[in-house]
Design a protein around this ligand. Structure first.
Ligand code: 5GP
Ligand code: MG
Length: 179
């Protein structure tokens, strides 16, 4: 597996240090009361698990299964909600966590849906944000790292279901993507 990567973009240590800062910002912005964290599966699983454990506060966890990639390295253009029901977020302060903000379609659709469910407030946190023009006008209040517009894997992010377990973020060798 190690031979599949072109370069390590963000090390595990750098991720851990940045998560400490993000958790601090979140604790500062939500000084009291419970928050509902909505994790977009599966990509944000690792990020959310590590971030949540840095938040010593009342917190409820919900997971939402959405799909937008379907195995390619570019977004498919449609966001599918795969769960039978949306989480109950009526009157709640919601923090949506996703792995990466790319075109903005995923978070745009999710934020819209959660507002439609009656959430009192919806904010977004992402591990990564690509420096690009977004197709959907959405911004994340909490961003781990801003990266160039290239395809990355690791720390929850996959390519065809693989590499989510990497403890760092890396780019793939062209041969692996073309194979
Ligand atoms: P958006 O809807 O903002 O275009 O894309 C968000 C979703 O696309 C992410 O949750 C992630 O699943 C996928 N995605 C976008 N860029 C990348 C990338 O560089 N690598 C991987 N593995 N997935 C990505
Ligand atoms: Mg994803």
């Amino acid at each position: 597996m190690e031979g599949d990567f072109e370069r390590v973009l963000i090390s595990g240590d750098a991720i851990a240090a940045r998560l400490d800062e993000l958790a601090h910002e979140i604790q500062r912005d939500y000084p009291r009361g419970p928050i509902t964290v909505v994790v977009l599966m599966k990509g944000a699983l690792v990020f959310a698990a590590d971030l949540m454990r840095r938040l010593p506060r009342l917190l409820e966890l919900e997971c939402l299964n959405v799909a937008s990639y379907h195995g390619a390295t570019t977004s498919s253009g449609t966001v599918e909600f795969l769960d039978a029901r949306m989480p109950d977020v009526r009157g709640r302060r919601v923090l949506v966590l996703d792995d990466i903000l790319d075109t903005g379609r995923t978070l745009g659709a999710v934020v819209g849906a959660l507002r439609g469910e009656g959430a009192e407030e919806v904010r977004c946190g992402v591990m990564l944000a690509k420096e690009r023009v977004r197709e959907h006008d959405i911004r994340a209040e909490y961003v781990g790292f801003r990266i160039e517009d290239e395809f990355v894997v690791g720390y929850g992010l996959d390519y065809r279901g693989r590499y989510r377990n990497l403890p760092y973020i890396a780019t793939l060798r062209r041969e692996v993507v073309d194979a």
